[in-house]
Ligand binder design. Structure first.
Ligand code: ATP
Length: 284
């Protein structure tokens, strides 16, 4: 068993989960490396995430967090290393192929169809999964009408779940930032992913909006038994909702464990605050 596997076992042991009930590994990353010219953004990066886990990825600015997400979602190709999803190697797949396999993500800078309404934005994602093909759409045959009806019903459910019903017909560009973030997550969820990658879901949100975001992530994690991997700078969010946290620094894993252990880990404190402030703890 690898060191990381032991870390996961350490995380699960206090929860009294019997060995036989430990969920299977959904994502495995081995020795991932990414160079940008002379810059080594990631080196010997490894990670395992089990089905149903809610895991956080933290690290100082420039540590390589977004690069990890870009590699996992297929936006970037690694210089070396391998990525496995649900037992299948996906290292060199494109974003649309990863999405079809069940990996969905949000971005640090929100990416919505700004001219389209909230409902249209969400429906566009449902079309990827439930749409019935070009010819049926052009000819508007019964199969097309049936799939449109299904998409409409599913979209209404999502509008409710994400508290977006009042904004249903508003163009995305008119929405406050916090609402746009919820639309982005709803869109990612509408592809019914098995793994949801959230890149800084609380970025730009005020305290109340961050509280709402925490509740929303907890809710979708529990409601859909979804596996979530999230990058976040907001320590309160990460410490209070994640079951396990991985810390990276200079593109390399530095520590991994339950939030309370990470908060006290001297190497993590040093990476965040520098050697001179070792006595401080990472605050939640
Ligand atoms: P932050 O918390 O500030 O968002 P991060 O942990 O997400 O940072 P990355 O954005 O992954 O860090 O960047 C890791 C390193 O790779 C940095 O040194 C960054 O400058 C570099 N880098 C990232 N993308 C590129 C790119 N497209 N071209 C060149 N260098 C890049």
């Amino acid at each position: 068993m690898s060191v990381l596997n032991n870390n996961i076992m350490d995380t699960l042991r206090p929860l009294n989960i019997p060995h036989s009930d430990i969920p299977p590994i959904l994502l495995r990353v081995e020795n991932l490396e990414k160079h940008f010219g002379g810059i080594v953004a990631l080196s010997d990066y490894h990670m395992e995430i089990r089905t149903g886990e809610l895991v956080g990825l933290i690290g100082p600015n420039g540590a390589g967090k977004t690069t990890v997400f870009n590699l996992l979602s297929g936006v970037l190709k690694p210089t070396a290393g391998r990525i496995y999803f649900n037992g299948r190697e996906i290292t060199h797949l494109r974003p649309d192929q990863n999405s079809a396999l069940g990996i969905s993500r949000t971005f640090q800078n929100i990416r919505l169809f700004n001219q389209m309404t909230v409902a249209e934005n969400i429906k566009a994602s449902f079309h990827q999964r439930l749409g019935c093909g070009l010819w049926s759409t052009l000819l508007q045959i019964p199969a097309y009408r049936k799939s449109e009806k299904k998409i409409s019903i599913e979209c209404d459910k999502f509008l409710e779940l994400f508290n977006l019903t009042p904004h249903r017909n508003e163009p995305a560009r008119n929405l406050p930032y916090g609402v746009q973030r919820r639309v982005e997550i709803a869109r990612a969820m509408a592809t019914m992913p098995r793994l949801l990658l959230l890149d800084e879901p609380a970025a730009g949100l005020n305290i109340n909006e961050t509280e709402e975001m925490m509740a929303l992530i907890r809710n979708i994690h529990q409601e859909y038994r979804l596996t979530i991997f999230l990058v976040e700078h907001d320590m309160r969010l990460i410490m209070s909702i994640c079951q396990r946290i991985q810390v990276i620094d200079h593109g390399h894993p530095l520590a991994e464990g339950r939030p309370e252990a990470i908060r006290k880990n001297p190497r993590v404190i040093e990476a965040y605050l520098g050697k001179t402030k070792e006595k401080h703890h990472v605050k939640n």
